[in-house]
Design a protein around this ligand. Structure first.
Ligand code: UDX
Length: 469
């Protein structure tokens, strides 16, 4: 099929590249000429596994880039809207980009088209898109608007798209449902998974995925409800972790006991310094605004956000309680991205913590495998950027793990021990076994687990021999 994807951000690029891999002809549309030129040149603007391979495979063949949305609409059977929906001051989503895209699409409706809303948007958006397209002159019989929420996680977006738990499609007509069935046919029929050159299947993936067809309003709510539920799961376990700290229990053991109940499940039960990213914080605010507008005060969501922020403050208090004073202390920081596997720092709790530590007068030496370039734009003074984790640790009064990168869970602890000024680690992501850290000479503080100290009297603050000398 011929499709247009409007917006070449995370969602648009991944959607376009994956649909091309399923055999469709894709035009990626953006109004940023610089971005288009870079994409045509072979640049990949985001850090996303398998995306460079897919773009290289299909660029100039099944994927084309264009700045002309009306022409792209005319050539396509389906037009995906994947533009940004940033939060406004009051927390609801700013839909002006979606609206201006809908206006332009209208001029290209010259035969039956399905307009697919892919951006995360509040309920009723698809109705609005329909109204705007009609207002601008398109024949209502010549198009349908469907809602097809994405559940892509950054870092694994390509495999999330190609090996989804489910595909949700909200439609108001059988004709639109048929177009959507055909678009996802290569996945739902299992055809893609039999191909020799398919992107490799993640271990836990079950194929083929189920296609869930709902009304457009239900589909819009499914997206917000899913993200809110996942954020709630994280805040829930973070609150439990705080109780564990107060009573001396171990949250890892609690998670194991709770997560093995198949009704709850173990995923998204990892405590830490709170969730960040471009979705959870924004979607929670937007969902709350939607609920309020419809007459329901969804206070649970406010509490989820409050716990999330408190989690970061708790960690800061923990650092203070270990270091006593902040001014002039040198801290090695491992991780700046909002989670492992991405270069994205939007709403990153790691960056927010570094900013708070800087305000307190600490000196920071930070390392992140992918996010340093982006972090340099917001952390402009007081931060040194290291070439690797060991350089960040060198001479540190304490070492902080703030992002759950796999490589931070496999550090050479003896080497690290020899480099730091004091062997103190504060792990905001629970990547290590406390007993192992003590064996390697570190006093180790994590989230929701008792601190593991090398020496109860000195609380692990004995400096390295080199320092003493
Ligand atoms: C999320 C949703 O998972 C995805 O379905 C949606 O389409 C977009 O939003 P993403 O923002 O990429 O995806 O990240 P995700 O992997 O969900 O993690 C979000 C945040 O929660 C990260 O900051 C991560 O560190 C944190 N997190 C996640 C935890 O603190 N504990 C967990 O157990 C899981």
């Amino acid at each position: 099929m011929r499709i247009a994807v409007v917006g070449s951000g995370y969602v648009g690029l991944v959607t376009g590249a994956c649909f091309a891999d399923l055999g469709h002809e894709v035009v990626l549309v953006d109004n940023d000429e610089k971005k288009l030129a870079a994409l045509r040149n072979g640049e990949v603007p985001i850090h996303e596994k398998f995306l460079p391979e897919l773009l290289a495979r299909h660029r100039g063949q099944r994927i084309k880039f264009s700045g002309d949305l009306q022409a792209a609409t005319r050539e396509s059977e389906a037009v995906f809207i994947a533009v940004g929906t940033p939060p406004t001051e009051s927390g609801d989503a700013d839909l002006s980009y979606v609206e201006s895209v809908a206006r332009e699409i209208s001029g290209g409706v010259d035969g039956y088209k399905v307009v697919v809303e892919k951006s995360t948007v509040p309920v009723y958006t698809s109705q609005w898109i329909r109204t705007i397209i009609m207002r601008n002159g398109a024949d209502p019989a010549q198009f349908d608007v469907t809602s097809n929420p994405e559940f892509l996680r950054e870092g694994t977006a390509v495999t999330d798209f190609l090996y989804p738990d489910r595909i949700v499609v909200g439609v108001e007509s059988e004709q639109a449902a048929e177009v959507m069935r055909q678009l996802y046919g290569p996945l739902t029929s299992g055809w893609y998974y039999g191909r020799g050159d398919a992107i490799p299947r993640p271990e836990a993936a079950r194929v083929p995925p189920r296609l869930i067809i709902t009304s457009t309003k239900s589909a819009e709510l499914i997206k917000h409800a899913s993200n809110a539920f996942l954020a709630m799961k994280i805040s829930f376990i973070n609150a439990v972790a705080s109780i564990c700290e107060s009573v001396g229990a171990n949250v890892q053991q609690v998670c194991d006991g709770v997560g093995t109940d198949s009704r709850i499940g173990p995923r998204f039960l990892n405590p830490g310094i709170g969730y960040g990213g471009s979705c959870f914080p924004k979607d929670l605010m937007a969902f709350r605004a939607v609920a309020k507008e419809s007459g329901y005060d969804f206070r649970l969501l406010e509490e989820v956000t409050r716990i999330n922020e408190e989690q970061r403050h708790r960690f800061l208090r923990k650092v203070r309680s270990v270091l006593w004073t902040f001014r002039g202390k040198r801290l090695g920081v491992l991780g700046l991205a909002f989670k492992g596997g991405t270069d994205d720092i939007r709403e990153s709790p790691a960056v927010l913590l570094v900013q708070e530590l800087l305000r307190e007068g600490c000196h920071i030496c930070a390392y992140d495998p992918a996010a340093m370039e982006r972090a340099q734009e917001v952390l402009t003074s007081g931060v040194e950027f290291a070439a690797d984790a060991y350089e960040a640790a060198t001479g540190a009064d304490a070492l902080l793990i703030l992002t759950e990168w796999e490589e931070f869970a496999a550090l050479d602890l003896d080497r690290l021990r020899a480099l730091v000024k004091y062997p103190i680690m504060l792990d905001g992501r629970n990547l290590y076994d406390p007993a192992v850290m003590v064996e390697h000479g570190f006093s180790y503080y994590s989230v929701g687990r008792p601190a593991a100290l090398t020496d109860e009297l000195t609380a692990g603050t004995r400096p390295n021999k080199r320092e003493q000398a």
